[in-house]
Design a protein around this ligand. Structure first.
Ligand code: ZN
Length: 215
């Protein structure tokens, strides 16, 4: 850890720490950072704040991180502010919008392959030529036609177009479907638990049949 040079006074850590906190507070009450955070995440933003605050004091962001890693109180103060930024409604909304756009893209491509219906221009132009040719072959060969999956994909696309805020919500219990599930099954209508119920699969494995002998 670099706490100043042997000759000079130690860096004013309390002052640096307060400046970090107030810069993070200022961010939380503004919105200009949100588009960047929605694409690259919160870490680069935090690094920039540290650089801004630390540099004028001649200390490195790494030395500050070392310090707060060893000080639970300071660390919590920083973490609390970072969580607040991550939970910012503007950021959450923008992330969700990006996820929907990605799901929509995936669904249009899938629909093309399984039904032959061409995707809209914004989807088609975002795909490189080699992949376009591959998709065209698959769609025109008709080998992947899937009359069961197609209506489910159509249903998800209709939801995205007509009531985007309901996309990703379980149609049975209303909870938010896990992002991991939506990435694999972008046409999912319900959460994994409700899906198992719909399919009649028990939610938890049945209790093993052990004879009770103690009572
Ligand atoms: Zn559910």
């Amino acid at each position: 850890m670099t706490i100043g040079s042997p000759e000079g006074p130690p860096p004013p850590w309390q002052e640096i720490h307060r400046a970090v906190l107030s810069t993070l507070d200022a961010l939380a009450s503004s919105t200009g950072w949100i588009p960047t955070a929605a694409t690259v995440g919160i870490e680069p933003l935090f690094e920039r704040v540290l650089q801004q605050v630390c540099e004028p004091h001649g200390v490195t962001p790494g030395a500050y991180i070392d310090l707060i890693t060893k000080d639970t109180g300071m660390r919590r103060e920083v973490q609390k502010r970072l969580s607040k930024l991550m939970e910012h409604p503007g950021l959450v909304a923008m992330r969700r919008e990006a996820q929907r756009r990605e799901a929509e893209h995936q669904l249009y491509v899938l629909r093309y392959v399984i039904s032959g219906e061409e995707p809209p221009d914004w989807v088609w132009t975002s795909i490189d030529e080699a992949q376009q040719a591959q998709l065209r072959d698959a769609a025109e060969s008709g080998e992947e036609r899937d009359p069961v999956l197609t209506p489910r994909v159509q249903h998800a696309l209709r939801k995205l177009a007509e009531a985007p805020s309901t996309y990703g919500e379980c149609e049975d219990c209303g909870t938010t479907i896990l992002l991991e599930r939506l990435q694999i099954v972008p046409w999912a209508e319900c959460c994994a638990a409700c899906q198992r119920k719909r399919e009649g699969t028990p939610d938890v494995p049945p209790e093993p049949q052990v004879p009770v002998t103690y009572f």
